[in-house]
Design a protein around this ligand. Structure first.
Ligand SMILES: C[S@@+](CC[C@H](N)C(=O)[O-])C[C@H]1O[C@@H](n2cnc3c(N)ncnc32)[C@H](O)[C@@H]1O
Length: 259
């Protein structure tokens, strides 16, 4: 039997809701403007900005943005540090990393970028080589990005439900690495712009099993009306959130283990 195409798959997945979600995904996004005096503006989806702020970064912290390019969320994290502490903005793709460096250079004032470093490691390595080092980690994981897939005949032709399970395996490895790189008591956000639970709650459920007793889920409250509460986090989809999203995010805390 032939695999369902993109639209048939998500129509079945969302049921009635797909009739409103599909046009909303094709509609205009809602952006927040990040701009410092004398610097270029950067436009970031308001739901993405929420996910980055939900990490609760404060001046002085040691922060990792594991998959940072092109850099919208890194701007929020650097802004929250106010030049104190450190932010490692990492991305494995050389082209996207070039863009990330430009975004940091063109958008952030000198005093907010002096403590930001850009690196190009495979995120999976942080858990091995930078164990228990970071106070806060943002894992804005590579995902199916259905809103972008829908814009391209080429991507639509390449799409299959199998891609979702392949990407979910990568997301699980990155999430395990992030948990291992967190200090005990440290916190992280796992976020994606994927629509389905297979790349969202299911990935979180697996890490809770894989790192049992080492990590717990924290409650998140969104100020964005229309946000859906999911099993472990929040999802903002453009049909209910007036154009914002898609963004899923969950907040995790690494437990302090008593000896
Ligand atoms: C959803 S995008 C990140 C968007 C970014 N956080 C922002 O707000 O602009 C995911 C990124 O993960 C990067 N990536 C994919 N696999 C990776 C890996 N194994 N290690 C590090 N980065 C990776 C991709 O190059 C891509 O830039």
């Amino acid at each position: 039997m032939a695999a369902p195409d993109f639209f048939a798959f998500f129509s079945e997945y969302f049921g009635e809701r797909w009739n409103a979600l599909l046009p909303a995904l094709r509609g205009e996004a809602v952006y927040e403007t990040i701009q410092y005096p004398g610097k270029e503006p950067y436009y970031l989806d308001e739901a993405s900005a929420f996910a980055a702020r939900a990490l609760g970064v404060e001046p002085g912290m040691n922060v990792l943005d594991m998959c940072a390019a092109p850099g919208g969320k890194t701007l929020i994290l650097a802004g929250a540090l106010k030049g104190k502490g450190s932010l490692q903005s990492n991305d494995r793709s050389p082209d996207r990393r070039t863009r990330l460096s430009h975004v940091i250079e063109n958008t952030l004032p000198e005093e907010f970028r002096a403590n930001v470093t850009v690196s190009g490691y495979d995120g999976v390595r942080f858990g091995m080589y930078r164990k228990e080092e970071f106070d806060r980690i943002l894992l804005d994981a590579p995902c199916s990005s259905e809103r972008h897939v829908m814009e391209s005949e080429k991507y639509l032709a390449e799409w299959s439900p199998k891609r979702i399970s392949h990407i979910a395996i990568t997301q699980g490895s990155l999430l395990a690495s992030a948990v291992d790189a967190l200090k005990p008591g440290g916190q992280m956000i796992y976020s994606t712009c994927a629509l389905s639970r297979m790349e969202n709650d299911d990935v979180v459920r697996k890490i809770l099993k894989k790192r049992k007793g080492k990590v717990r889920v924290l409650e998140l409250e969104s100020g964005i009306p229309g946000t859906d509460k999911t099993e472990f986090g929040l999802q903002m989809l453009p049909d209910r959130c007036a154009g914002r999203g898609p963004i899923y995010c969950a907040k995790l805390e690494k437990l302090e283990i008593e000896n």
